[in-house]
Design a protein around this ligand. Sequence first.
Ligand code: MG
Length: 404
Amino acid sequence: MGDVCRIAILGSAGSIGTQALDVLAHLNREHAEGRWATRYEVVGLATGRRADVLAMQAQHWPEATLALRDAAETSLPRAAITGADGAERIVRETKPDLVIAAIVGFAGVAPTLAAVELGIDVALANKESLVAAGDLIINAAQRTGAQLRPVDSEHSALWQALAAAPRAHDAVMPVPPLDGVAVGVRRLILTASGGPFRKTPAADLYNATPAAALDHPTWDMGPKVTIDCASLTNKALELLEAHWLFGVGPDRLAVVIHPQSIVHSMIEMDDGSVIAQLGTTDMRTPIQYAITHPERAQAPVSRLNLAEVGRLDFEEPDHERFPALRLAERVMRDGGTAGAIFNAANEAAVEAFIDGRIPFGRIGELVRDALDEVVPQAASTLDEIKEADSRARAWVSERLRRGR
Ligand code: MG
């Protein structure tokens, strides 16, 4: 392990971005006190519109080049790159050792792909990169040797559990070759909290309010991700992410509802063993592991006390009330631009729901209909992915404009 690791954080003002900076500050304190070999230098900070947060972060991390997409504000302590391609320019201009890709939504795809194409390792929190452009990103990673390190708690758990299957583990992380996960591993089982509507009857679910959907029982995340949790679309996106990251199809991926969010995910081996990773619901653990991998450092997180938790419950997901999981299987089978359409239609529908323009139940219907009507096609460039993304968004707007 080198002495200095240069890091760029894309989406630094968001939930994962701010927690990643907390983790880096903590690791640097550990370094200063001689308990951790590496010192971390934040060389780039990119954010969308939260100039106030970026200004504070810029003061803490004086070496960081700054990017602010919406440059309405001038209160930053030093000049920032502005415009829509700011995050991507941070990657190209600072050439860090590790990119923490924590932009929420499709906007995170281009900078992630840019990093992977440059052979830079990526701690990946942006789901859309793999959901919409999985083929491009995995191909680029295989070409350049860039490592994809999952930040999402479920994928981090699968990654950690795969250490129990050494040949599979070596083969999938770093990425090539993807079919390596077949060695000794039967299924990857993602856990889902079930969200705030786990027990809500179908009749009430359709007209659930944004306030109710934003009330997540276990994890603290941003609004878009929290709505996706309420519809289980977040889990659908995670299935697609796992599909690309670990190179497995729908027949070898499963979801189990686990309301306590203590078991973060597990792998079932060919010999019947199931290896799980457990922990408290603190994103700093998977964020830190993505940074320190393959080593582990002390973390200031609360410790898991299973006796205090008392019991762990598991149940099958209800596909009738939550159609998103089946849609994810369909997206895996369709391939091409299906992931981009699925994601874009969902982003547009969630936005309309948060704005109070559609009821909760419309989100899933719009995504399903978009997959039917914006027909998925093969794609080999980011432009083709972007085009599918735009077409799906336009399709949703048009549908909403006509009030259907
Ligand atoms: Mg997750």
